[in-house]
Design a protein around this ligand. Structure first.
Ligand SMILES: [Zn+2]
Length: 416
């Protein structure tokens, strides 16, 4: 167990107590969405700590805002629509919400962190009024181009009040993979409370800390993920602002996520479901209200690093070539923490043309379009977005034509 003894003790972004306990320390890493032009390869690069703490009062696992949200999200290289499975997920969600909550042309859907309109487009198709809120202007522009009204702003209590004064409130207020990315967690949740109609529903999806720990997903830790939530901690944070979590679903997305459903405390029309209580009990039983549970993670991470390097060293000694697939944020954490550069990984490929001809930050691994794999026929392809393993394995089935193999690094190195 490591203890934070620095004089300027960081404080918990939810409950404000000093952060004294390390969850895991992944060393210094460049901002995860940073990508370099060739002209930048000879310049200095910014590296920030990936030192994650756990609060001994509320058990919120968190990174300090080493890189500001403004720096990360003002121009953003991640377009949700580049993932087929994520689009399918959004479409299924839309259908589910419309049916379950009987949404129609009189309803108002608001998405916080609406990215390129990957999800709201399906509500638009169903004739339901939408509003997207997205701070990254370059991404929001794509949404606006598709006919999805999008405010280029950071969400918080101030913006929520402005919207309410302008006559806008949400019947369905959603945020997918945005809660983790909010430095001002309290202001954000207060904003949700303000923007929600009296009978409205909030749904939030975020990676489930229980799965992160169980399945070694240390590479989902990066500078834009400020917080990592158990169900119990998320429930506690919403409760502080008068919101009751009445339902929860466990989803396979992003290596295991939760979708929580919340409403105003006063809205008793939606009772708390059995599965909500069951998950809370399961987390208590698994030790998520005891600090020791959080301390076991760091050693598991070190062992995973050794296993990944073991595979790469062996492959290289045998004279094999290894290419990467994908240039996701999690890839940057994994490659930088493990010290994998082009000495192990010749290059990586990505479907996002924005990244082609550029280099991964820190490791300087070149990024090409996906055609490069067919051209160079590597012996191994290391799938960096392992959460999309199934989808990517199908896309890469042609690798077997020359006897190539696919590899995923997490939860354990698996060659297939
Ligand atoms: Zn706390």
């Amino acid at each position: 167990m490591q203890t934070n003894t620095s004089a300027n003790l960081a404080t918990c972004r939810f409950c404000g107590v000093g952060l004294r306990h390390t969850f895991v320390d992944l060393g210094m890493s460049p901002p995860c969405e940073a990508i370099l032009e060739s002209a930048q390869l000879n310049q200095m690069e910014a590296f920030y700590p990936l030192h994650v703490f756990v609060c001994d009062q509320c058990f919120l696992v968190q990174l300090q805002e080493y890189v500001t949200a403004e720096d990360i999200f003002t121009e953003y290289a991640y377009f949700s629509s580049y993932s087929d499975s994520w689009l399918a997920h959004a479409k299924t969600y839309t259908k589910l919400m419309i049916e379950r909550f009987e949404l129609n042309a009189k309803g108002q859907v608001v998405e916080v962190g609406s990215n390129d309109g990957y999800l709201l487009q399906y509500f638009v198709e169903a004739g339901i009024p939408v509003l997207g809120i997205e701070p990254a202007a370059n991404v929001a522009k794509v949404a606006t181009g598709k006919g999805i009204p999008t405010l280029v702003k950071f969400f918080g209590a101030g913006l929520a009040e402005e919207l309410v004064q302008g006559g806008k409130q949400a019947d369905l207020l959603l945020g997918n993979n945005v809660l983790a990315q909010v430095p001002d967690l309290r202001g954000f949740v207060r904003g949700l409370k303000i923007l929600l109609k009296p009978q409205g529903i909030i749904t939030l999806e975020f990676p489930h800390l229980m799965r992160l720990i169980e399945e070694n997903q240390f590479d989902t830790i990066y500078h834009e993920h400020f917080s990592y939530f158990s169900f119990l901690t998320a429930e506690k944070i919403l409760a502080e602002f008068g919101l009751t979590v009445f339902d929860v679903e466990e989803l396979p997305t992003h290596g295991g996520s939760l979708r929580i459903y919340a409403r105003h405390d006063q809205d008793h029309s939606r009772p708390v479901t059995l599965r909500t209580r069951e998950l809370a009990k399961r987390e208590e039983k698994a030790g998520f209200t005891r600090l020791e549970t959080y301390f076991s993670f760091a050693e598991k991470v070190k062992e995973t690093k050794r296993k990944i390097l073991d595979f790469l060293i062996r492959a290289k000694r045998e004279g094999k070539s290894v290419a990467g697939y994908g240039a996701p944020g999690k890839g940057n954490t994994l490659l930088n923490y493990c010290g994998i550069r082009s000495d192990f990984l010749d290059y990586t490929v990505d479907r996002n043309p924005y990244k082609h001809g550029k280099f991964l930050a820190g490791t300087h691994i070149p990024v090409f379009d996906t055609g490069k794999i067919r051209e160079t026929k590597p012996d191994y392809v290391l799938i960096l977005p392992w959460n999309l393993k199934r989808e990517i394995s199908q896309q890469l089935s042609y690798v077997r034509e020359w006897g190539g193999k696919l590899v995923v690094p997490i939860p354990d190195v698996e060659i297939y």
